[in-house]
Write a protein of this length. Structure first.
Length: 162
């Protein structure tokens, strides 16, 4: 996907995921479409949730409205589209790099995931060891699972792949 330069898109794209914080909804692949109606200036923003159980989506909707209002678009409709379903493949390269930098293991390709298999090896984002174990299916948020590195003994979050 090429970088969008439309100012309305850029405004919506600046909204940060409230749970991952370092990632914008554009980098996360949540932001799908921004359409401005000629004449009325009404903006329709289309998003696809990362995970239906994420309460973060309500926060994201509110943030999109607030950000666009500040950018001069008081009339904003946020449309949620569930198909095609969001996939971790939609996370941009920048997003993956940011995830790795913050200690959240970037998800592998969605096709190989399914329910996180116990045999799946996730590299420790701190020391790089592959000797890791899943501690809990749920990490700091419902979207992440908690893992621990046997080498450095540090726990880390892994963004669940779907
Ligand atoms: Zn480690």
């Amino acid at each position: 996907m090429s970088v969008r330069t439309d100012p309305t898109w850029r405004a919506a794209a600046s909204v940060v995921d409230p749970e991952l914080r370092v990632l914008t909804i554009e980098e996360l692949g949540v932001l799908r479409e921004v359409a401005t109606e000629p004449g009325s200036g009404r903006v329709t923003v289309t998003i696809t949730p990362t995970y239906t159980g994420c309460p973060a989506m309500d926060v994201i909707r509110a943030d999109i409205r607030a950000t666009l209002a500040a950018a001069g678009h008081p009339e904003v409709e946020v449309v949620t589209v569930y198909a095609p379903a969001w996939s971790t493949d939609w996370i941009s390269e920048t997003g993956r790099a940011k995830l790795a930098a913050t200690g959240i293991a970037p998800p592998g390709p969605a096709g190989s995931a399914g329910p996180v298999p116990l045999t799946l090896t996730i590299r420790c984002p701190r020391c790089g060891a592959v000797d890791t174990e899943q501690v809990s299916r749920f990490g700091s948020t419902a979207c992440k699972s908690l893992w621990r590195c046997r080498a450095c003994r540090e726990p880390f979050d892994h963004l669940r792949a779907f």
